[in-house]
Design a protein around this ligand. Structure first.
Ligand code: ADP
Ligand code: MG
Length: 318
């Protein structure tokens, strides 16, 4: 049993090709919450973290549409907003699902900050596209007026803003949460933490932080959270039942139980999609390297069985 950190991917909140209405988001989260409540009922102490890519995209677009009337807010602030929005959603649905299972908990969403380094090379070479596509003329204007860095996406024939995606170094609220769980609050609360990878901040003098316009990969932060909380298991929940080799090829093979060594070799061979499965595999390996004992990559319906070692991609420390 013990502490299980579950990182929710985009699919936990939004169905691909869906309408994007709030009602639909609620329905999707309800399905995920049912599964999370089941593993709590089975005795695990649950900690939830989640992505925010689509939600930040919406806020950026809203800011753009409203800019004649309202000043824009920086990216770190939008990140914090999505933590509130998604945190509330998880609270609502998970509280209900836990009550139905007769394992009442307080679902506690914590606005979380993640320390990054100004010296991270991501600040010299921003690579993470955010927001919509722009024309040549728009991109010239935005680079000048907003100081944005932009890249041309040839296949889509448009420009996109790129921002740094630095490595998460420290979760500011982590020590307090670890204390809380150690005092067995895991029996009473389910924390929802570091949404969207946490709000990226630079540490000034110790104890003083400044938000930065960047994004953090939520899977990388999930590994940091699991390590900080000394979790027993890190679960990366996504929209496929695990990691595969030969993904999408006729010889595709889904990985079940796999050693860190084997997984590392597949990673080096380029088996995992850049920006999709690759960061998940890297997160799993980072957690195990930092002393974690078990990690799982799977989808929501498979989660309870994956925790019983029956399905999903499972990796144990060597
Ligand atoms: P999330 O939004 O849930 O965090 P992503 O959409 O970024 O996750 O990544 C999951 C996707 O990764 C899958 O839907 C699949 O299309 C893709 N993928 C790329 N390579 C692989 C692989 N080797 N095995 C499994 N899935 C892969
Ligand atoms: Mg996705």
């Amino acid at each position: 049993m013990g502490v299980v950190v579950v990182a929710l991917g985009g699919n936990a909140l939004e169905r691909a090709g869906g309408s994007g209405t709030w009602a639909e988001t609620v329905r999707q989260m309800r399905l995920t919450a049912g599964v999370l409540a089941q593993i709590v009922a089975e005795g695990h102490s649950l900690v939830v973290t989640h992505g925010n890519g689509p939600q930040v995209g919406v806020l950026l677009r809203e800011g753009e549409l409203a800019e004649r009337e309202l000043p824009r807010r920086p990216l770190d602030v939008l990140g914090a907003e999505t933590q509130g929005q998604i945190g509330y959603l998880v609270q609502q649905e998970l509280t209900a699902a836990l009550a139905r299972r007769k394992v009442p908990r307080t679902v506690l969403a914590v606005v979380s900050r993640t320390v990054v380094s100004r010296r991270d090379r991501a600040f010299r070479e921003p690579t993470k596209p955010v927001g919509r596509y722009y024309t040549d003329a728009e991109s010239r204007l935005l680079r000048k007026r907003e100081g944005w860095q932009m890249v041309y996406d040839r296949p889509r024939g448009g420009w996109r803003r790129v921002v740094p995606s630095p490595a998460p170094l420290r979760w500011v609220e982590g020590a307090a949460l670890q204390q809380l769980l150690r005092e067995d609050w895991g029996r009473r609360i389910v924390p929802v933490v570091t949404g969207g990878g946490g709000v990226p901040v630079l540490e000034r003098t110790r104890g003083t932080f400044e938000g930065v316009e960047a994004v953090i990969d939520k899977d990388r932060t999930a590994a940091l959270v699991a390590t900080s909380l000394r979790a027993d298991t890190l679960v990366i929940l996504t929209d496929v039942r695990g990691a595969a080799i030969g993904f999408g090829k006729p010889w595709e093979q889904w990985l079940g139980e796999v050693t860190p060594h084997e997984l590392e070799a597949y990673l080096r061979r380029g088996e995992f999609g850049t920006g999709s499965m690759e960061p998940k595999v890297e997160a799993v390996l980072a957690f195990l390297r930092a002393g974690g004992s078990r990690a799982v990559i799977t989808d929501a319906p498979s989660l309870p069985r994956a925790l019983r070692d029956e399905t999903g991609t499972r990796v144990r420390a060597a």
